[in-house]
Ligand binder design. Structure first.
Ligand code: DX5
Ligand code: ZN
Length: 216
């Protein structure tokens, strides 16, 4: 499979949301990455269910919803109804992760788990067969535009070897500080999905930037 690009709408111009989604529609982007923050799990508040519902009406591309919220179980159905296709929860925010993943799948979505920079990939060992996607955070979640944490490369290597060892087939997503310089190394290391916010939306030609990330 060639790698996927998921622009993070957190960095888009929300005063022109429709034209921003149209740009993504016309681009080579594969998914739209949507960051939901509750001000408790992370020190920032972004957007929630109504915005996702609006975006869903404007695109046919899959919505990759990244929940940075405490106790996400409370809202799984709501995100499904809003149009989420992939729903990713944080390992650090789930007491009963196995059940949460199960519920996401029962609702008909792909189930993802994200881990913070301080969390070892080994902590995911017992759910590797239950996940469709693992998102390794390459910045501390909460804000766009931060610097990529280099230890991410070690985590990618470990996770790929765990995937092989357990004969699992989840996708590996990298989120935070992805740019045109580190993207090719990430792809060479075996990453499946690159999330990019500022690199795409703050560039002079976002569509071309998506193409560059896609054709790396
Ligand atoms: C960070 C979010 C990221 C963020 C990425 O908490 O999960 O998805 O939008 O933004 P960039 O690519 O600008 O680091
Ligand atoms: Zn994200």
């Amino acid at each position: 499979m060639s790698h996927l690009i998921a622009p993070s709408m957190l960095a888009c111009d929300f005063s022109n949301l429709k034209s921003q989604v149209d740009m993504i529609n016309q681009s080579e982007a594969d998914w739209l990455h949507l960051d939901v923050m509750d001000g408790i799990f992370v020190p920032n508040i972004s957007f929630g269910i109504p915005i996702i519902e609006s975006i869903s009406k404007l695109t046919d591309k899959p919505l990759d919803v990244h929940l940075m919220i405490e106790k996400p179980d409370r809202y799984i159905k709501n995100f499904k109804q809003a149009g989420a296709n992939i729903l990713t929860v944080h390992l650090e925010a789930c007491t009963h992760l196995h059940r949460t993943l199960d519920t996401i799948k029962k609702e008909g979505m792909k189930a993802g788990v994200a881990i913070n920079p301080h969390t070892s990939v080994n902590n995911l060992f017992d759910v590797l067969k239950n996940v469709d996607l693992i998102c390794i955070m390459s910045v501390n979640p909460g804000f766009g535009g931060q610097f990529f944490i280099e230890n991410t490369y070690n985590k990618i290597k470990k996770l790929i070897s765990l995937r092989k060892e357990t004969e699992s087939d989840f996708l590996i997503e990298i989120d935070g500080g992805v740019n045109l310089k580190n993207a090719s190394k990430l792809i060479t290391e075996g990453v499946d999905i690159l999330v990019a916010g500022n690199t795409v939306f703050k560039s002079n030609d976002p569509k071309q930037t998506i193409k560059s990330l896609k054709t790396i």
